[in-house]
Design a protein. Sequence first.
Length: 516
Amino acid sequence: MLWPLDFESSTVLGEGQKIPQQQTKMETTHRRQFLKGTGSVALGFAGLHRFLAVAGAADQPYQSQTGNLGKLVRDPNRIMDLPEGFSYKVLSTTGDMMTDGLKTPGRPDGMGAFAGPNGQVIIVRNHEVEDQWTFDGAFGITNELLHKVDPKKMYDAGKGIQPQLGGTSTIVYDPGTKTVIRDFLSLAGTSRNCAGGPTPWGSWITCEETVFRPKSDKEVEAEKKAEEKKAEEEAGKTEEEKAKEKADRESYLAKLSPKRRKQVLQDELENEQQKQQLTDDDYFEQWHGYNFEVPASAEMVLADPVPLKEMGRFNHEAVAVDPASGIVYQTEDRDDSLITRYIPKTPGKLSDGGKLQALVIKGNRSCDTRNWPGTGEPLFPQGEAVAVEWMDLDEVDSPKDDLRTRAYDQGAAIFARGEGMWYGNGRIYFACTSGGIAQSGQVFIYEPSKEEGQEGEAVAPGKLTLYLEPNNTQLLQYGDNLTVSPWGDIVLCEDGAEDQYLRGITPEGKIYTLGR
């Protein structure tokens, strides 16, 4: 079995026997994540299920509610801590030169593995990179390698000066020799490619988690005036006011743990970079916020960058395809996000167009499933299957990025940062990173109707269940990407500010720890 894992700037692969003859998917967002299987996928770390019944003694900063794998052993290479007897293999690292003469992009995120020719494995990997983050781009710090790519194969070439640096890269791997045969850029010119998902027909859907677009002249002028006003206000502050602001900030940072402080400073740096997005010289050529389809090919080619606009324009995160119906389900990474489904006109041909709909709780319109304290909303029940219906959406290209707010006003349910999503056992599983009373994560299960997408589903609707909301950060903190194992457990990875753990969840909802 093979289990690719993508941690930080490296692609890591758990060692074992063989990959199943199905596509699998990996989710990572600039942090630890992992490959997921489609349907009945063989997940790696050979013999994992044999260890689940082994009791573990546990003087450790995490909890398990069921038999676990024993203590995690500190990795001297500081890549991944695993239980004794487990191992991993690094396949690539940010900045490595790829076979096509470009650099391995950074910020790896969603990732899928597909059965290739001659027993090879084809891994398609997202990169959550923006145009200004050239240190993580495929073209070098100064975009000196940009000339190697045909501009016609780039969705947004940034007028040949400042291209969007997201997209996907592909690794062709030989599990027999445990070597990379070739690697190359496979989608270029998109931005902040976050998660996505595999399709039953052998392609990867990559999702832009951004709604960047070219600025209008009016917007550029307004930004200039706002910056001038801010500069005037700063100049008018007394030395005492400036000193107090500095002291307050230092006091705040001092109260944080070293890891949390580092994360806060990194977030502030990235936010400042976003604020400094060019105004006078706006190099955006295209609107962003779309899904793109990338063939899982072992040949060194760039995919045609065709945005799947009818799937909606928003902060996309992940998708899951129900092979029975061809319907694509989607998450959105916003605090007030929707769960949507896309019913294609032609199953298997998403670019032919289709219908986008939002999930509505039957009999409870505009339901808030987040369970956040202080909202005044009743708690969404855990463990109770509730009937849903689906509402047609209009203006799905959403130039104002208001698709979710318009839908909520019309009755759609809202969720707390929908992220990882996976199809398995005839169901759709998805995580909401900041859901719950403690805002530390929820996991939902959607069971499609036997008449899903057809007229009959009004009589026999699909059901949504809040499967997990532990409100205990030692069990789960910011659950992100997930998959379903062959033995029925969910495998979920965290996206927290501190240590991020890989968790297992039994069908009964009991949590155990797999890695860190």
